[in-house]
Structures are given as C-alpha cells and as structure tokens.
Design a protein around this ligand. Sequence first.
Ligand code: F6R
Length: 249
Amino acid sequence: MFLVFKDPSAVAQFVSERLVQLIKDKPAAILGLATGSTMEPVYERFCQDVKAQGLDVSQLSSFNLDEYIGLSADHPQSYHYYMNRYLFDHLNFAKSKTFVPDGTPVDVELHCEQYSQKIMDNGGIDLQLLGVGGNGHIGFNEPGTPFDSRTHVIDLSVQTRIDNSRFFDSMDEVPTRAVTMGMKDIMEAKQILFIATGANKADVVAALYASDYDEQMPASMLKRHPNTLFIIDEKAAAQLPASAVQRMA
Ligand code: F6R
C-alpha cells in the first residue's frame, strides 16, 4: 500500500514528523540517510522542525547510503558535501558520528567491509530513508544487485549516470562507480521510509507496484521488509490503481 500525499512538501512534513518522534523516543538513534533531490525538502523541513522544537540531535549517529568513487568529501557534487550542505551544518550533529562512505579510500574493498561492520557494531539502523532511482535502485544498488549484498563497489548504470548528470557540468564528469551500502544492510534497518515524489517517478513507482520480489527491481526487496512505509506524492502515484493507494491529508 502506498501512502499518497498531495505534494513533496506534505511528504516532507510527514517524514520530518517521523524523524522528530524517533529522536524524542530515542535520542541516540542511528539514522540511515539518503541524498538526492527527493531528500532536499525533507531535510529542509526536518531542520525547521528541530529548531522550532528546540531538539538536540547531538546524540544521533548516521550512516549514509552511498558516495561516488573519485569524489572527495569537499567536492561540491560528493554526497558528503551534500549532507553538510542540506543537513549536518544546520543542526548540532556530532560530525564524528555522521558516517558517509569514503569516495577516495586507499583500500576500497576494506573500506566497504568496515562500513557494513560499523553499522552492525553500532547496533543497526533504527530508521532508514530511501529515495528510488528511475531504474528502481535504492542506495546505488542497481538492478541485478544480490539481495544479500553488503557495502560494495558498483558500476553505475547508464540510466543512473544520465539521471544524475543534471548535477554536473557534463556527462563526462559523472563518476562511473560508487560505494553503496548493500541490500542486506538496508533490509536490516528496523524501519524504512521509502520516498518518491514527482512525475519523473511515476513509471518506477508503477513498475515497483507491478513487480514481485525481484533483484531486477531493487526496491521490490522492501515488499518483504516488516516495517516499511511507501510514501509518495500525487504525481508519483499517477499510474497506480486506486486499490494500491491510501490518500493522506
Ligand atoms: C542517494 C541514493 C539514490 C537516490 C535516487 C533518487 O543517496 O541513495 O538512491 O535516492 O537516485 O535520487 P533523486 O532523489 O535525486 O531522484
């Protein structure tokens, strides 16, 4: 069942409320965080709500899903930079506890292994935010990624590179590889909020609805997660049958 909100702003309000509630219930919660256009209004709203309610986020830890290989943390298109810009720099996060995969590690295989291990050592993710790619990817787990994968290096698909080229000056500058948290790491999160907004997500949302549990449609793995909410807006819901949606205020 997809929860359908009027627009990205209503989606952001709902997601922020869930995050705020989690922080109140568990101040030292572990968040799983995503980047991309979908998350921008979510983080903006969350920052507003945290400030308005005078909440302390300094005990939180967070693990980001992914990072481009070859981009250092201070590169404006790196996901590390994105997180500082849209979230971490606005609130009193303890940056020593905000983890983003390293795009320029000395030993990338070792880094991947240690990243998944660190999530487990911290007790696992309490709440995971997920966007979805046009081809159904979650994190940068492209179609065909095994559902039992841990953090790994992925070759980005042509579609993903084209989709993300809007952030770069030219297609040549879009990295070809990334480090991504694996499907199993995501599946082990205690709660997942899957978020899709905008007309450009209507096709993939319809494909997800029609798909079985299938590694060719990575987001379909979430259909077997015990605590995932599928949160979308009207435009992303455009091709869904009425029986698949629950309209939210
Ligand atoms: C980013 C990530 C990706 C994006 C997805 C959608 O950290 O994990 O899966 O969520 O590519 O991106 P936007 O929101 O830009 O459409």
